[in-house]
Design a protein around this ligand. Structure first.
Ligand code: SAM
Length: 209
């Protein structure tokens, strides 16, 4: 019996996406995955709940986007290096070993380890015709692109697009600094090869989103 025998369709799983992917989502079962994870912005975001008809607003902390090299990061790094389920390519492992030399075991590497664990799970659950949209911003996008490539491309995948989303019209004084007003959405696909020809399904999925 599959370890995912409790898998349900059209079901919202609340909680840590890594845990949910590992527990509930079978291999090659997903057409399209989009994530908008923390960006490593080093900010704390609050969720604002307003009471209709009242003026007070209670704030609850939604999530902290500050990363530290802690036990969780250490455990994630070891998991990648041990690669017991074979989810990580040798390129992804080499990349993280190289990044560790450059970045040290500090904040940015902790963030990238966390994202690497999730990207590898997403690669696992995508169908061969599936595509993946990774929403981030320039804080870490150049590192994330390397990680995406290192997991998808050695396994037949293809990087398709870097979509730049201009969130607002720039207001800052360009004589001091160009406006920081865009997010980045990477699109990368798994692909199937039929008689040596790589077939990509990107157009179909773009029409669907
Ligand atoms: C950049 S925000 C995205 C905000 C949201 N897309 C929006 O437009 O309001 C990152 C989101 O990822 C969620 N998040 C952080 N860590 C997570 C995790 N391990 N599993 C699932 N969601 C997580 C946060 O709670 C937050 O809502």
């Amino acid at each position: 019996m599959s370890r995912f025998s409790n898998n349900r369709k059209n079901y919202l799983y609340y909680g840590d996406n890594l845990d949910n992917l590992r527990r509930f989502v079978p291999d090659e079962s997903v057409d399209l995955c989009y994530i908008d994870p923390p960006f490593n912005s080093k900010r704390t975001y609050n969720q604002i709940y307003t009471n209709v008809g009242k003026e007070d607003a209670a704030q609850a902390q939604a999530f902290i986007d500050t990363w530290i090299w802690d036990d969780l990061a250490e455990k994630g790094f070891s998991e990648i290096m041990e690669n017991s389920l074979g989810l990580f390519t040798s390129q992804a492992m080499d990349l993280l070993v190289g990044l560790e030399k450059v970045l040290r075991r500090e904040s940015l590497l902790a963030y990238l380890v966390s994202m690497t664990l999730r990207i590898a799970e997403i690669h696992r659950v995508l169908k061969p015709t599936g595509s993946f949209y990774f929403h981030c911003d320039p804080t870490s996008s150049h590192y994330l692109k390397l990680i995406l490539d290192s997991i998808f491309c050695p396994q037949g995948g293809d990087f398709k697009s870097e979509i730049i989303w201009q969130r607002v019209t720039g207001k800052s004084n360009a004589s001091r600094r160009f406006p920081q007003n865009h997010d980045v959405i990477f699109c990368i696909i798994k692909a199937i090869t039929i008689r040596g020809i790589k077939i990509a399904f990107i157009l179909l999925t773009i029409q669907k989103i």
